[in-house]
Ligand binder design. Structure first.
Ligand SMILES: [Zn+2]
Ligand SMILES: [Zn+2]
Length: 249
């Protein structure tokens, strides 16, 4: 009886299995990389980058290696996970270097450059600052924000001011004496002219006046939809090294 049942329905099971397999293959094949169309400069290699992303290690909602997969699908060449150094998730063993370590193998397998970073997170002024190209994120967690930024600078990091309109009643950035001091020290090298979907025209002007790098980053916290339109920062390389006079304005 059982044998008859199996014999009767076996072809259906086989077809169902084959279909599941085929659908599985096709959904995998749908993992497509969408390259943003940005004009190139002859003689330089342009990397499309996002230097501001969060993971579950602070207040983001995804595990670090998922950010690498998302970065690949979004056509990025390089990215930095920049979790808040002061606000670490309660349910995860705090370790400011772990997001980078976890995402590294996925990034490598997808030929993406992963850059170690962190976000120094203070109320305005001075607000939030990302440090990238770090060796160790841990020394950035200090009582005085200036010590944290100095610790990043001592590692040769690139530090930029995030979302300058943050905590301003009209959402418009103000250049406070704190920013002037950091700028005079040579510690701020760039400003987010675009953060997520927000454009800061005043930051655009400051970058032109003060020769600071204009940054455009997602500051993504949620899982990233393939359809989301996020800004990209550009990094130009000449002979395999970052071309300073463009990257630093
Ligand atoms: Zn922030
Ligand atoms: Zn952030």
């Amino acid at each position: 009886m059982l044998f008859k049942y199996v014999r009767q329905y076996l072809p259906i099971f086989v077809i169902a299995l084959l279909l599941m397999f085929a659908l599985g293959i096709s959904s995998y094949a749908q993992e497509v990389r969408i390259e943003p169309r940005i004009p190139e400069i002859p003689g330089y290699v342009m990397l499309k980058c996002d230097f501001h992303m969060h993971t579950v290690f602070s207040d983001g909602k995804v595990w670090p290696n998922v950010r690498a997969e998302e970065a690949w699908r979004h056509g990025l060449d390089a990215f930095a996970l920049t979790d808040h150094v002061e606000h670490q998730a309660q349910d995860i063993k705090p370790n400011l270097n772990r997001p980078y370590e976890i995402a590294q193998s996925t990034a490598n397998s997808m030929n993406l450059l992963i850059i170690k970073g962190g976000e120094i997170t203070r109320s305005m002024p001075p607000g939030h600052f990302n440090a990238i190209f770090l060796n160790d994120v841990t020394p950035l967690k200090t009582d005085d924000y200036k010590d944290g930024i100095k610790a990043a600078i001592d590692q040769g990091a690139f530090v930029f001011w995030d979302h300058p309109g943050y905590q301003q009643s009209d959402g418009k950035g103000v250049w406070y004496p704190e920013h002037e001091e950091l700028y005079q020290n040579g510690w701020i090298k760039g400003i987010e002219v675009v953060n997520g979907l927000t454009y800061y025209p005043e930051a655009h002007k400051w970058c032109l006046e003060k020769k600071l790098t204009m940054m455009g980053n997602s500051d993504v916290h949620d899982p990233r939809s393939d359809k989301s339109a996020d800004p990209v920062s550009k990094m130009w390389l000449r002979d395999g090294v970052v071309f300073d006079s463009i990257f630093e304005g």
